[in-house]
Design a protein around this ligand. Sequence first.
Ligand code: NAD
Ligand code: 6OD
Length: 486
Amino acid sequence: MRQINNFINGEFVASGIGKRFDKRSPVDNQVIASIAEAGQAEVDQAVSAAKHALAGEWGQLSTNDRVDLLYGVADEITRRFDDFVAAEMADTGQPHHVMTHAFIPRGAANFKVFADIIKNVPTESFHMDTPDGRGALNYGVRVPKGVIGVVAPWNAPFLLMTWKVGPALACGNTVVVKPSEETPLTATLLGEVMNKVGVPKGVYNVINGFGPDSAGEFLTRHKDVDAITFTGETRTGSTIMKAASDGIRDVSFEMGGKNAGIVFADCDLDNAVDGIFRSSFLNTGQVCLGTERVYVERPIFDRFVTALKEKAEGVTFGRPTDAGVNYGPLISQEHREKVLSYYAKARADGATIVTGGGVPDMPADLAEGSWVQPTIWTDLPESSAVIQEEIFGPCCHIRPFDSEEEVIELANASDYGLATTIWTENLTRAHRVAGKVDVGITWVNSWFLRDLRTAFGGAKQSGIGREGGVHSLEFYTEMRNVCIKM
Ligand code: NAD
Ligand code: 6OD
Protein backbone atom coordinates (compact mmCIF):
# COMPACT_ATOMS: atom_id res chain seq x y z
CA MET A 1 0.00 0.00 0.00
CA ARG A 2 1.19 3.50 -0.81
CA GLN A 3 2.72 5.45 2.11
CA ILE A 4 2.10 9.18 1.74
CA ASN A 5 4.22 11.54 3.82
CA ASN A 6 4.26 15.27 4.33
CA PHE A 7 6.51 17.33 2.07
CA ILE A 8 8.51 19.81 4.11
CA ASN A 9 11.56 21.77 3.00
CA GLY A 10 12.04 19.51 -0.03
CA GLU A 11 11.89 16.24 1.95
CA PHE A 12 9.13 13.67 2.40
CA VAL A 13 8.74 13.27 6.17
CA ALA A 14 6.63 10.93 8.28
CA SER A 15 4.34 12.09 11.04
CA GLY A 16 6.12 13.44 14.11
CA ILE A 17 3.05 12.58 16.19
CA GLY A 18 3.17 9.03 14.83
CA LYS A 19 -0.36 9.23 13.44
CA ARG A 20 -1.46 7.94 10.07
CA PHE A 21 -4.89 7.75 8.48
CA ASP A 22 -6.30 5.64 5.67
CA LYS A 23 -7.29 6.89 2.26
CA ARG A 24 -10.07 4.74 0.80
CA SER A 25 -11.02 4.44 -2.85
CA PRO A 26 -14.45 5.95 -3.60
CA VAL A 27 -14.92 3.21 -6.19
CA ASP A 28 -14.86 0.17 -3.88
CA ASN A 29 -14.01 1.54 -0.42
CA GLN A 30 -10.70 -0.35 -0.32
CA VAL A 31 -7.80 1.32 1.51
CA ILE A 32 -5.38 2.58 -1.14
CA ALA A 33 -2.92 4.66 0.88
CA SER A 34 -1.75 5.41 4.38
CA ILE A 35 -1.28 9.12 5.01
CA ALA A 36 1.03 10.69 7.61
CA GLU A 37 -0.94 13.21 9.63
CA ALA A 38 0.93 16.42 10.36
CA GLY A 39 0.87 17.62 13.95
CA GLN A 40 1.62 21.11 15.22
CA ALA A 41 5.39 20.41 15.00
CA GLU A 42 5.29 19.53 11.28
CA VAL A 43 3.10 22.53 10.52
CA ASP A 44 5.60 24.72 12.39
CA GLN A 45 8.46 23.17 10.37
CA ALA A 46 6.64 23.66 7.08
CA VAL A 47 5.80 27.30 7.82
CA SER A 48 9.34 27.94 9.02
CA ALA A 49 10.77 26.35 5.85
CA ALA A 50 8.47 28.55 3.76
CA LYS A 51 9.55 31.64 5.69
CA HIS A 52 13.25 30.85 5.31
CA ALA A 53 12.86 30.18 1.59
CA LEU A 54 11.51 33.70 1.15
CA ALA A 55 14.68 35.10 2.61
CA GLY A 56 16.89 32.68 0.70
CA GLU A 57 17.57 31.75 -2.92
CA TRP A 58 13.91 31.95 -3.95
CA GLY A 59 13.57 35.51 -2.69
CA GLN A 60 16.67 36.52 -4.68
CA LEU A 61 15.55 35.09 -8.03
CA SER A 62 14.80 37.51 -10.84
CA THR A 63 11.25 37.41 -12.19
CA ASN A 64 12.56 35.82 -15.38
CA ASP A 65 14.29 33.01 -13.50
CA ARG A 66 11.21 32.40 -11.37
CA VAL A 67 9.04 32.31 -14.46
CA ASP A 68 11.42 29.82 -16.10
CA LEU A 69 11.13 27.54 -13.06
CA LEU A 70 7.33 27.68 -13.21
CA TYR A 71 7.40 26.84 -16.91
CA GLY A 72 9.60 23.92 -15.88
CA VAL A 73 6.98 22.82 -13.34
CA ALA A 74 4.26 22.95 -16.01
CA ASP A 75 6.41 20.95 -18.44
CA GLU A 76 7.23 18.34 -15.81
CA ILE A 77 3.52 17.95 -14.95
CA THR A 78 2.90 17.36 -18.63
CA ARG A 79 5.79 14.87 -18.83
CA ARG A 80 4.34 12.99 -15.84
CA PHE A 81 0.78 13.44 -17.08
CA ASP A 82 -0.12 9.76 -16.70
CA ASP A 83 1.10 9.69 -13.09
CA PHE A 84 -1.05 12.70 -12.23
CA VAL A 85 -4.06 11.21 -14.02
CA ALA A 86 -3.63 7.90 -12.17
CA ALA A 87 -3.20 9.62 -8.78
CA GLU A 88 -6.25 11.84 -9.23
CA MET A 89 -8.38 8.94 -10.48
CA ALA A 90 -7.34 6.88 -7.46
CA ASP A 91 -8.27 9.72 -5.08
CA THR A 92 -11.58 10.74 -6.65
CA GLY A 93 -12.77 7.73 -8.67
CA GLN A 94 -13.76 10.09 -11.50
CA PRO A 95 -13.55 8.95 -15.15
CA HIS A 96 -10.30 8.96 -17.09
CA HIS A 97 -11.52 11.43 -19.74
CA VAL A 98 -12.45 14.02 -17.08
CA MET A 99 -8.86 13.86 -15.84
CA THR A 100 -7.19 13.91 -19.23
CA HIS A 101 -9.42 16.55 -20.86
CA ALA A 102 -9.99 18.90 -17.97
CA PHE A 103 -8.54 18.53 -14.52
CA ILE A 104 -4.89 17.58 -15.06
CA PRO A 105 -4.14 19.85 -18.08
CA ARG A 106 -5.52 22.73 -15.99
CA GLY A 107 -2.86 21.96 -13.36
CA ALA A 108 -0.09 22.67 -15.90
CA ALA A 109 -1.95 25.69 -17.30
CA ASN A 110 -2.27 27.21 -13.82
CA PHE A 111 1.53 27.51 -13.65
CA LYS A 112 2.03 28.71 -17.24
CA VAL A 113 -0.69 31.33 -17.30
CA PHE A 114 0.35 33.04 -14.08
CA ALA A 115 4.03 32.93 -15.09
CA ASP A 116 2.99 34.86 -18.22
CA ILE A 117 0.83 37.27 -16.27
CA ILE A 118 3.50 38.23 -13.75
CA LYS A 119 5.92 38.89 -16.60
CA ASN A 120 3.57 41.00 -18.64
CA VAL A 121 1.25 42.95 -16.36
CA PRO A 122 2.46 46.50 -15.70
CA THR A 123 2.13 48.40 -12.45
CA GLU A 124 0.59 51.86 -12.24
CA SER A 125 2.36 55.20 -12.41
CA PHE A 126 1.08 58.77 -11.92
CA HIS A 127 2.69 62.11 -12.62
CA MET A 128 1.54 64.59 -10.03
CA ASP A 129 1.51 68.39 -9.96
CA THR A 130 3.04 70.05 -6.90
CA PRO A 131 2.79 73.72 -5.75
CA ASP A 132 6.45 74.39 -6.58
CA GLY A 133 5.82 73.34 -10.16
CA ARG A 134 8.48 70.61 -10.12
CA GLY A 135 6.06 67.76 -9.78
CA ALA A 136 6.35 64.26 -8.46
CA LEU A 137 6.27 60.77 -9.89
CA ASN A 138 4.43 57.91 -8.22
CA TYR A 139 4.95 54.32 -9.22
CA GLY A 140 3.72 50.99 -7.92
CA VAL A 141 5.92 48.06 -7.02
CA ARG A 142 4.53 44.62 -6.40
CA VAL A 143 6.16 42.53 -3.68
CA PRO A 144 5.21 39.03 -2.56
CA LYS A 145 2.87 38.83 0.39
CA GLY A 146 4.96 36.17 2.15
CA VAL A 147 3.98 32.70 3.29
CA ILE A 148 0.62 31.71 1.84
CA GLY A 149 -1.50 29.02 3.50
CA VAL A 150 -3.42 27.10 0.83
CA VAL A 151 -6.37 25.07 2.12
CA ALA A 152 -7.87 22.93 -0.63
CA PRO A 153 -10.99 20.76 -1.13
CA TRP A 154 -11.42 17.30 -2.62
CA ASN A 155 -13.69 17.81 -5.61
CA ALA A 156 -11.11 18.78 -8.26
CA PRO A 157 -8.02 18.53 -6.08
CA PHE A 158 -5.20 19.21 -8.51
CA LEU A 159 -6.97 21.91 -10.52
CA LEU A 160 -8.06 23.77 -7.39
CA MET A 161 -4.79 23.45 -5.48
CA THR A 162 -2.63 24.60 -8.42
CA TRP A 163 -5.11 27.43 -9.13
CA LYS A 164 -3.76 28.88 -5.86
CA VAL A 165 -0.16 27.62 -5.89
CA GLY A 166 0.53 28.76 -9.50
CA PRO A 167 -0.20 32.48 -8.93
CA ALA A 168 1.21 32.42 -5.37
CA LEU A 169 4.61 31.21 -6.63
CA ALA A 170 4.51 33.38 -9.76
CA CYS A 171 4.22 36.38 -7.43
CA GLY A 172 7.28 35.22 -5.47
CA ASN A 173 5.53 33.86 -2.37
CA THR A 174 6.12 30.51 -0.74
CA VAL A 175 3.29 28.13 0.15
CA VAL A 176 2.19 25.59 2.70
CA VAL A 177 -0.59 23.48 1.20
CA LYS A 178 -3.17 21.55 3.21
CA PRO A 179 -4.88 19.25 0.71
CA SER A 180 -8.18 17.68 1.63
CA GLU A 181 -7.80 14.57 3.77
CA GLU A 182 -9.82 12.80 1.04
CA THR A 183 -7.40 13.62 -1.78
CA PRO A 184 -3.73 13.92 -0.81
CA LEU A 185 -2.10 12.22 -3.80
CA THR A 186 -1.56 14.88 -6.47
CA ALA A 187 -0.33 17.52 -3.99
CA THR A 188 2.27 14.99 -2.87
CA LEU A 189 3.28 14.17 -6.44
CA LEU A 190 3.75 17.86 -7.10
CA GLY A 191 6.47 17.82 -4.41
CA GLU A 192 8.45 15.39 -6.58
CA VAL A 193 7.98 17.73 -9.54
CA MET A 194 9.24 20.74 -7.55
CA ASN A 195 12.40 18.86 -6.57
CA LYS A 196 13.00 17.55 -10.09
CA VAL A 197 12.70 21.02 -11.60
CA GLY A 198 14.94 22.61 -8.97
CA VAL A 199 12.44 24.81 -7.17
CA PRO A 200 14.37 25.73 -4.00
CA LYS A 201 13.59 23.80 -0.83
CA GLY A 202 10.87 25.25 1.33
CA VAL A 203 9.07 27.08 -1.47
CA TYR A 204 6.37 24.40 -1.77
CA ASN A 205 5.34 22.40 1.31
CA VAL A 206 2.49 19.97 1.90
CA ILE A 207 1.04 19.04 5.26
CA ASN A 208 -1.63 16.36 5.47
CA GLY A 209 -4.45 16.03 7.93
CA PHE A 210 -7.92 17.19 8.83
CA GLY A 211 -9.48 20.55 9.65
CA PRO A 212 -10.36 21.20 13.30
CA ASP A 213 -7.62 20.42 15.82
CA SER A 214 -5.46 19.14 13.00
CA ALA A 215 -3.25 20.39 10.17
CA GLY A 216 -5.91 22.77 8.74
CA GLU A 217 -6.46 24.59 12.00
CA PHE A 218 -2.75 24.59 12.90
CA LEU A 219 -1.93 26.15 9.54
CA THR A 220 -4.65 28.79 9.46
CA ARG A 221 -3.92 29.86 13.06
CA HIS A 222 -0.17 30.05 12.46
CA LYS A 223 1.13 33.57 13.11
CA ASP A 224 3.80 33.29 10.37
CA VAL A 225 1.26 32.55 7.67
CA ASP A 226 0.77 35.93 6.02
CA ALA A 227 -2.38 35.21 4.00
CA ILE A 228 -4.80 32.34 3.54
CA THR A 229 -6.42 31.20 0.35
CA PHE A 230 -9.20 28.69 0.87
CA THR A 231 -11.59 26.71 -1.27
CA GLY A 232 -14.28 24.72 0.45
CA GLU A 233 -17.54 24.93 2.32
CA THR A 234 -18.92 28.26 3.45
CA ARG A 235 -19.12 27.02 7.06
CA THR A 236 -15.39 26.18 7.04
CA GLY A 237 -14.62 29.57 5.50
CA SER A 238 -16.36 31.23 8.40
CA THR A 239 -14.15 29.32 10.88
CA ILE A 240 -10.97 30.14 8.92
CA MET A 241 -11.93 33.80 8.74
CA LYS A 242 -12.05 33.92 12.53
CA ALA A 243 -8.58 32.33 12.69
CA ALA A 244 -7.27 34.83 10.12
CA SER A 245 -8.50 37.76 12.16
CA ASP A 246 -5.68 37.08 14.64
CA GLY A 247 -2.82 39.02 13.10
CA ILE A 248 -5.18 40.63 10.54
CA ARG A 249 -4.17 38.21 7.76
CA ASP A 250 -5.71 38.62 4.31
CA VAL A 251 -8.07 35.93 2.98
CA SER A 252 -9.32 34.83 -0.42
CA PHE A 253 -12.27 32.45 -0.22
CA GLU A 254 -13.97 30.38 -2.91
CA MET A 255 -16.91 28.62 -1.28
CA GLY A 256 -20.23 26.92 -1.80
CA GLY A 257 -22.87 27.50 -4.44
CA LYS A 258 -26.51 26.73 -5.14
CA ASN A 259 -26.38 27.77 -8.72
CA ALA A 260 -29.33 28.39 -11.01
CA GLY A 261 -29.54 27.27 -14.62
CA ILE A 262 -31.97 29.44 -16.63
CA VAL A 263 -33.34 27.96 -19.83
CA PHE A 264 -35.46 30.21 -22.07
CA ALA A 265 -37.90 28.79 -24.61
CA ASP A 266 -35.88 30.38 -27.44
CA CYS A 267 -32.76 28.35 -26.60
CA ASP A 268 -31.20 25.73 -28.84
CA LEU A 269 -32.84 22.88 -26.94
CA ASP A 270 -30.26 20.18 -27.68
CA ASN A 271 -27.41 22.45 -26.60
CA ALA A 272 -29.26 23.52 -23.48
CA VAL A 273 -29.99 19.93 -22.46
CA ASP A 274 -26.35 18.97 -23.06
CA GLY A 275 -25.15 22.00 -21.11
CA ILE A 276 -27.41 21.45 -18.10
CA PHE A 277 -26.61 17.74 -18.15
CA ARG A 278 -22.92 18.62 -17.80
CA SER A 279 -23.48 21.33 -15.20
CA SER A 280 -25.63 19.07 -13.03
CA PHE A 281 -23.83 15.76 -13.39
CA LEU A 282 -20.15 16.30 -14.33
CA ASN A 283 -17.87 14.93 -11.61
CA THR A 284 -20.99 13.31 -10.11
CA GLY A 285 -22.33 16.77 -9.35
CA GLN A 286 -19.36 17.64 -7.17
CA VAL A 287 -18.52 20.96 -8.83
CA CYS A 288 -19.03 24.20 -6.94
CA LEU A 289 -20.23 25.84 -10.18
CA GLY A 290 -22.76 23.03 -10.79
CA THR A 291 -26.47 23.58 -11.34
CA GLU A 292 -28.77 22.17 -8.67
CA ARG A 293 -31.66 24.55 -9.48
CA VAL A 294 -32.89 24.56 -13.06
CA TYR A 295 -35.58 26.99 -14.24
CA VAL A 296 -37.11 26.25 -17.64
CA GLU A 297 -39.58 28.50 -19.50
CA ARG A 298 -42.96 26.81 -19.52
CA PRO A 299 -43.46 26.19 -23.29
CA ILE A 300 -40.45 23.84 -23.39
CA PHE A 301 -40.63 22.52 -19.82
CA ASP A 302 -41.97 19.03 -20.55
CA ARG A 303 -39.66 18.46 -23.53
CA PHE A 304 -36.66 19.65 -21.51
CA VAL A 305 -37.43 17.39 -18.53
CA THR A 306 -37.90 14.37 -20.80
CA ALA A 307 -34.64 15.01 -22.65
CA LEU A 308 -32.60 15.56 -19.47
CA LYS A 309 -34.09 12.43 -17.90
CA GLU A 310 -33.06 10.41 -20.94
CA LYS A 311 -29.47 11.65 -20.71
CA ALA A 312 -29.26 11.10 -16.95
CA GLU A 313 -30.49 7.54 -17.41
CA GLY A 314 -27.84 6.98 -20.09
CA VAL A 315 -24.75 7.38 -17.90
CA THR A 316 -22.34 4.49 -17.59
CA PHE A 317 -21.16 3.72 -14.06
CA GLY A 318 -17.87 1.96 -13.45
CA ARG A 319 -14.18 2.11 -12.67
CA PRO A 320 -12.50 5.26 -14.02
CA THR A 321 -10.40 3.35 -16.54
CA ASP A 322 -13.12 1.05 -17.87
CA ALA A 323 -14.08 1.71 -21.48
CA GLY A 324 -17.15 3.89 -21.92
CA VAL A 325 -17.41 4.88 -18.25
CA ASN A 326 -18.56 8.50 -17.93
CA TYR A 327 -19.89 8.59 -14.38
CA GLY A 328 -18.04 7.99 -11.11
CA PRO A 329 -18.89 7.63 -7.43
CA LEU A 330 -19.16 10.35 -4.82
CA ILE A 331 -15.94 11.06 -2.92
CA SER A 332 -16.74 9.08 0.24
CA GLN A 333 -19.32 7.11 2.18
CA GLU A 334 -19.75 10.10 4.46
CA HIS A 335 -20.54 12.40 1.55
CA ARG A 336 -22.92 9.79 0.15
CA GLU A 337 -24.83 9.83 3.46
CA LYS A 338 -25.18 13.59 3.12
CA VAL A 339 -26.40 13.40 -0.49
CA LEU A 340 -28.82 10.56 0.30
CA SER A 341 -30.22 12.57 3.20
CA TYR A 342 -31.27 15.21 0.64
CA TYR A 343 -32.74 12.50 -1.59
CA ALA A 344 -34.86 11.52 1.45
CA LYS A 345 -35.78 15.17 2.17
CA ALA A 346 -36.93 15.62 -1.42
CA ARG A 347 -39.28 12.62 -1.03
CA ALA A 348 -40.53 13.95 2.32
CA ASP A 349 -41.16 17.40 0.82
CA GLY A 350 -43.35 15.89 -1.92
CA ALA A 351 -40.99 15.94 -4.92
CA THR A 352 -41.89 14.13 -8.10
CA ILE A 353 -38.85 11.93 -8.75
CA VAL A 354 -38.27 12.16 -12.50
CA THR A 355 -35.36 9.76 -12.30
CA GLY A 356 -32.94 8.31 -9.76
CA GLY A 357 -33.37 9.05 -6.08
CA GLY A 358 -31.33 6.17 -4.71
CA VAL A 359 -28.32 3.91 -4.96
CA PRO A 360 -27.69 1.97 -8.18
CA ASP A 361 -27.21 -1.81 -8.27
CA MET A 362 -23.51 -2.31 -8.77
CA PRO A 363 -21.51 -5.46 -9.48
CA ALA A 364 -20.05 -7.19 -6.41
CA ASP A 365 -16.55 -5.69 -6.78
CA LEU A 366 -17.97 -2.14 -6.75
CA ALA A 367 -20.84 -2.66 -4.32
CA GLU A 368 -19.01 -0.96 -1.43
CA GLY A 369 -18.23 2.18 -3.46
CA SER A 370 -19.97 5.53 -2.83
CA TRP A 371 -22.35 5.28 -5.77
CA VAL A 372 -25.58 7.24 -6.13
CA GLN A 373 -27.98 7.63 -9.01
CA PRO A 374 -28.14 10.87 -11.00
CA THR A 375 -31.39 12.36 -9.78
CA ILE A 376 -33.92 14.84 -11.15
CA TRP A 377 -36.90 16.22 -9.24
CA THR A 378 -39.80 18.50 -10.05
CA ASP A 379 -42.65 19.95 -7.95
CA LEU A 380 -40.73 20.97 -4.84
CA PRO A 381 -41.56 24.26 -3.11
CA GLU A 382 -38.73 26.81 -3.31
CA SER A 383 -38.64 26.82 0.50
CA SER A 384 -37.47 23.17 0.61
CA ALA A 385 -33.94 22.61 1.98
CA VAL A 386 -33.32 20.69 -1.26
CA ILE A 387 -33.69 23.99 -3.15
CA GLN A 388 -32.02 26.22 -0.57
CA GLU A 389 -28.96 24.23 0.55
CA GLU A 390 -25.91 23.07 -1.38
CA ILE A 391 -26.13 19.29 -1.79
CA PHE A 392 -22.96 18.84 -3.89
CA GLY A 393 -24.29 15.73 -5.54
CA PRO A 394 -25.57 14.58 -8.95
CA CYS A 395 -29.02 16.10 -8.71
CA CYS A 396 -31.17 18.99 -9.79
CA HIS A 397 -34.66 20.29 -9.33
CA ILE A 398 -36.44 21.64 -12.42
CA ARG A 399 -39.19 24.24 -12.15
CA PRO A 400 -41.13 26.04 -14.88
CA PHE A 401 -41.23 29.85 -15.12
CA ASP A 402 -43.34 32.30 -17.13
CA SER A 403 -41.40 35.56 -17.29
CA GLU A 404 -37.91 37.00 -17.20
CA GLU A 405 -38.69 38.97 -14.02
CA GLU A 406 -39.94 35.85 -12.28
CA VAL A 407 -36.87 33.78 -13.14
CA ILE A 408 -34.45 36.52 -12.06
CA GLU A 409 -36.20 36.69 -8.70
CA LEU A 410 -36.07 32.89 -8.35
CA ALA A 411 -32.39 32.71 -9.32
CA ASN A 412 -31.47 35.42 -6.80
CA ALA A 413 -33.46 33.90 -3.94
CA SER A 414 -30.40 32.20 -2.46
CA ASP A 415 -27.81 32.93 0.22
CA TYR A 416 -25.20 31.88 -2.33
CA GLY A 417 -24.05 33.76 -5.43
CA LEU A 418 -21.39 31.80 -7.24
CA ALA A 419 -22.41 31.08 -10.83
CA THR A 420 -25.27 30.84 -13.28
CA THR A 421 -25.74 29.41 -16.74
CA ILE A 422 -28.26 31.02 -19.11
CA TRP A 423 -29.55 29.39 -22.29
CA THR A 424 -31.14 31.60 -24.96
CA GLU A 425 -30.61 32.52 -28.61
CA ASN A 426 -31.68 36.11 -27.83
CA LEU A 427 -28.45 37.90 -26.97
CA THR A 428 -30.19 41.09 -25.89
CA ARG A 429 -32.01 39.09 -23.27
CA ALA A 430 -28.79 37.25 -22.33
CA HIS A 431 -27.01 40.55 -21.59
CA ARG A 432 -30.03 41.87 -19.69
CA VAL A 433 -30.48 38.81 -17.50
CA ALA A 434 -26.72 38.37 -16.94
CA GLY A 435 -26.65 41.90 -15.55
CA LYS A 436 -29.34 41.12 -13.01
CA VAL A 437 -28.28 37.77 -11.58
CA ASP A 438 -26.35 38.31 -8.38
CA VAL A 439 -23.39 35.96 -8.92
CA GLY A 440 -19.66 36.18 -9.58
CA ILE A 441 -19.69 34.23 -12.84
CA THR A 442 -22.35 33.98 -15.56
CA TRP A 443 -22.09 31.70 -18.54
CA VAL A 444 -24.35 32.16 -21.57
CA ASN A 445 -24.92 29.12 -23.80
CA SER A 446 -22.02 27.41 -22.06
CA TRP A 447 -20.85 26.33 -18.64
CA PHE A 448 -17.40 26.06 -16.95
CA LEU A 449 -15.73 27.55 -20.02
CA ARG A 450 -12.66 29.04 -18.40
CA ASP A 451 -10.37 31.83 -19.53
CA LEU A 452 -7.83 32.08 -16.72
CA ARG A 453 -7.33 35.81 -17.30
CA THR A 454 -10.87 36.55 -16.08
CA ALA A 455 -12.12 37.31 -12.57
CA PHE A 456 -13.28 34.19 -10.74
CA GLY A 457 -15.10 34.18 -7.41
CA GLY A 458 -18.44 34.34 -5.70
CA ALA A 459 -20.92 36.90 -4.42
CA LYS A 460 -22.86 36.66 -1.13
CA GLN A 461 -21.87 33.54 0.86
CA SER A 462 -20.02 32.01 -2.09
CA GLY A 463 -16.78 33.85 -1.53
CA ILE A 464 -14.62 36.81 -0.75
CA GLY A 465 -12.35 38.33 -3.34
CA ARG A 466 -11.56 37.45 -6.92
CA GLU A 467 -8.74 35.38 -8.35
CA GLY A 468 -7.73 34.89 -11.98
CA GLY A 469 -5.58 37.10 -14.21
CA VAL A 470 -4.53 40.37 -12.59
CA HIS A 471 -7.02 39.76 -9.77
CA SER A 472 -4.74 37.01 -8.47
CA LEU A 473 -1.90 39.52 -8.36
CA GLU A 474 -4.06 41.73 -6.16
CA PHE A 475 -4.28 38.97 -3.58
CA TYR A 476 -0.83 37.39 -3.86
CA THR A 477 1.18 40.63 -3.78
CA GLU A 478 1.36 43.78 -1.73
CA MET A 479 1.35 46.86 -3.92
CA ARG A 480 3.74 49.51 -2.67
CA ASN A 481 3.68 53.08 -3.91
CA VAL A 482 6.93 55.02 -4.31
CA CYS A 483 6.50 58.80 -4.56
CA ILE A 484 9.51 60.75 -5.90
CA LYS A 485 9.57 64.50 -5.64
CA MET A 486 11.28 65.98 -8.69
P1 NAD B 1 -14.46 21.59 3.40
O1 NAD B 1 -14.73 23.01 3.77
O2 NAD B 1 -15.03 20.52 4.21
O3 NAD B 1 -12.88 21.31 3.38
C1 NAD B 1 -12.00 22.08 2.60
C2 NAD B 1 -10.65 22.07 3.25
O4 NAD B 1 -10.72 22.75 4.50
C3 NAD B 1 -10.12 20.67 3.57
O5 NAD B 1 -8.75 20.64 3.30
C4 NAD B 1 -10.39 20.55 5.05
O6 NAD B 1 -9.55 19.64 5.72
C5 NAD B 1 -10.13 21.97 5.51
N1 NAD B 1 -10.76 22.33 6.78
C6 NAD B 1 -11.92 21.87 7.29
N2 NAD B 1 -12.17 22.46 8.48
C7 NAD B 1 -11.14 23.30 8.72
C8 NAD B 1 -10.81 24.18 9.79
N3 NAD B 1 -11.60 24.32 10.86
N4 NAD B 1 -9.67 24.91 9.71
C9 NAD B 1 -8.87 24.79 8.64
N5 NAD B 1 -9.11 23.95 7.60
C10 NAD B 1 -10.24 23.23 7.63
O7 NAD B 1 -14.88 21.48 1.87
P2 NAD B 1 -14.87 20.15 0.96
O8 NAD B 1 -15.98 19.28 1.45
O9 NAD B 1 -13.48 19.63 0.89
O10 NAD B 1 -15.23 20.74 -0.48
C11 NAD B 1 -16.52 20.90 -0.95
C12 NAD B 1 -16.96 22.35 -0.80
O11 NAD B 1 -16.06 23.20 -1.49
C13 NAD B 1 -18.32 22.64 -1.41
O12 NAD B 1 -19.04 23.50 -0.55
C14 NAD B 1 -17.99 23.37 -2.70
O13 NAD B 1 -18.99 24.21 -3.18
C15 NAD B 1 -16.78 24.14 -2.29
N6 NAD B 1 -15.98 24.51 -3.46
C16 NAD B 1 -16.00 25.82 -3.88
C17 NAD B 1 -15.28 26.20 -5.01
C18 NAD B 1 -15.32 27.64 -5.53
O14 NAD B 1 -14.52 27.93 -6.41
N7 NAD B 1 -16.19 28.48 -5.04
C19 NAD B 1 -14.53 25.26 -5.70
C20 NAD B 1 -14.54 23.93 -5.25
C21 NAD B 1 -15.26 23.57 -4.12
O1 6OD C 1 -11.72 26.80 -12.91
C1 6OD C 1 -11.34 27.28 -11.85
O2 6OD C 1 -10.39 28.07 -11.77
C2 6OD C 1 -12.03 26.91 -10.61
N1 6OD C 1 -11.62 27.52 -9.49
C3 6OD C 1 -13.00 25.98 -10.67
C4 6OD C 1 -13.77 25.58 -9.57
C5 6OD C 1 -14.48 24.45 -9.63
C6 6OD C 1 -15.26 24.06 -8.53
O3 6OD C 1 -15.57 22.92 -8.27
